[in-house]
Ligand binder design. Structure first.
Ligand SMILES: *Cc1c(COP(=O)(O)O)cnc(C)c1O
Length: 428
């Protein structure tokens, strides 16, 4: 499909031709594990990556491929790979780049689960992360050493209403000869397309706004196709004969699709973090209305943030869409359609008031999720960020007196009325 089509057209059509077998207009759920080879020669060509087709659904599946192609089109990438969750997508993004002894320089303001994954779990692979304040560009430069293989950040950092200067980080990564990886979950390609700001890889938790209604656990990695993996010797899995795939030189053989094919032929084959076809179908449905939903999400978020900011029961609101935010200027240039629908509120009365607020809300759901059509709330210090010590909580924008709101697409008057009655109960 032509990439000159507009974003809203791609959101409905990209990756999804009418089904060649039946003419079905909607993308069918190909609930099959295997695909019959035409003959032995066809099978050999598929296994040699000389012909693109389907072998086994741990690797590729037509429903899942439609989603990968749609997200790649929306992000302006060359290719994409779908995964079983956002966390799987993060590992899959790092997998072709890393070796034992290598590190990733990561923003200290990441989703709490990502900080855990990077600080502890990836060490079991011999990888490590160095966390830095990505507003301190000198610190980012100094953190990069000869074993660094990527810089990792989020467009809008969850939970703190922080907007990352993607262009500045991309320049630093580029000078070091390594890719910038951006988690674009909370912005979605509707609000920001990180590849246009110099990112090489974009990762998503499809669990959030892409599906949009809290029905799926999934993830996607999009590759810009623009990074020259052969320009230095840092990425042998892509630029040199790959022993895990009968010595194929992925970059030499597949050019701009090297990362995508490696992720499927080696990453999904051996790590198995595959998205299921039903999940892919739901996410395709969700993406059809991505623009409409995001418009309402950001409009409601702005109205609710403005209401809370002037409320005497509230200490502070960290929404980059507000003029009072130190990131408002950056949001206006990087996120001109809106600064997302996720922000934190510091409530007078500290930890206890936050817990009471959460328990007093009726319309809001108290859940460890975001990016749902429904308005959601969580108290990070007692849930998602409870494994961090208080200093790390504060650094991550999740101090004990902070609640995180994910504003839904309901009538904004009803959202505000619910917050009003719960704040009264919490601060009584
Ligand atoms: C939820 C989330 C993740 C993890 O995604 P899962 O689908 O839950 O594995 C990663 N990054 C961000 C910003 C998220 O919000």
């Amino acid at each position: 499909m032509s990439t000159t089509l507009g974003f809203d057209t791609l959101a409905v059509h990209a990756g999804a031709e009418p089904d060649p077998a039946t003419g079905a207009r909607q993308v069918p759920i190909y609930q099959t594990t295997a695909y019959v080879f035409r003959d032995a020669d066809h099978a050999a060509k598929l296994f040699n990556l000389q012909e693109v087709g389907y072998i086994y659904s741990r690797l590729t599946n037509p429903t899942v491929s439609a989603l990968a192609n749609r997200v790649a089109a929306l992000e302006g990438g060359a290719g994409a790979v779908c995964c079983s969750s956002g966390h799987a997508a993060q590992l899959m993004a790092l997998f072709p780049l890393m070796q034992p002894g290598c590190n990733v320089v990561a923003s200290s303001r990441l989703y709490g689960g990502t900080i855990q994954q990077f600080a502890n779990t990836i060490r079991k692979f011999g990888w490590s992360a160095k966390f830095v304040d990505t507003d301190d560009l000198l610190a980012v430069e100094h953190a990069i050493d000869e074993n660094t293989r990527a810089v990792f950040c989020e467009t809008i950092a969850n939970p703190g209403g922080y907007v990352t200067d993607l262009d500045a980080l991309a320049r630093i990564a580029d000078q070091a000869g390594i890719p910038l990886i951006v988690d674009n979950t909370t912005a979605t390609p509707y609000l920001c397309r990180p590849i246009e700001h110099g990112a090489t890889l974009v990762v998503h938790s499809a669990t959030k706004y892409l599906t949009g209604n809290g029905t799926v656990t999934g993830g996607v990695v999009v590759d810009s196709g623009k990074f020259d993996w052969s320009k230095n010797d840092k990425f042998p899995s892509l630029s040199q004969p790959e022993p895990a795939y009968h010595g194929l030189n992925f970059h030499g053989a597949l050019g701009a699709m090297a990362f995508t094919f490696h992720s499927i032929a080696v990453g999904l084959r051996d790590l198995g973090m595959t998205m299921n076809p039903q999940g892919a179908h739901y996410t395709l449905m969700g993406i059809e209305t991505l623009s409409l939903r995001m418009q309402r999400h950001v409009e409601n978020a702005m109205t609710v943030a403005q209401y809370l900011e002037q409320d005497p029961r509230v200490e502070a609101v960290t929404y980059a869409g507000l003029k009072s935010s130190p990131y408002n200027h950056r949001a206006l240039s990087m996120l001109p359609k809106g600064a997302g629908a996720l922000f934190t509120v510091s409530v007078k009365g500290g930890y206890d008031a936050c817990v009471k607020l959460v328990d007093s809300l009726k319309l809001f759901s108290h859940v460890a999720n975001l990016g749902d059509t429904r308005s959601l709330i969580i108290h990070p210090a007692s849930t998602t960020h409870r494994q961090l010590d208080e200093a790390a909580q504060i650094k991550a924008g999740a101090a004990p007196n902070v609640v995180r709101l994910s504003i839904g697409i309901e009538d904004v008057r009803d959202i505000i009325a619910d917050l009003d009655q719960a704040l009264t109960a919490a601060t009584a």
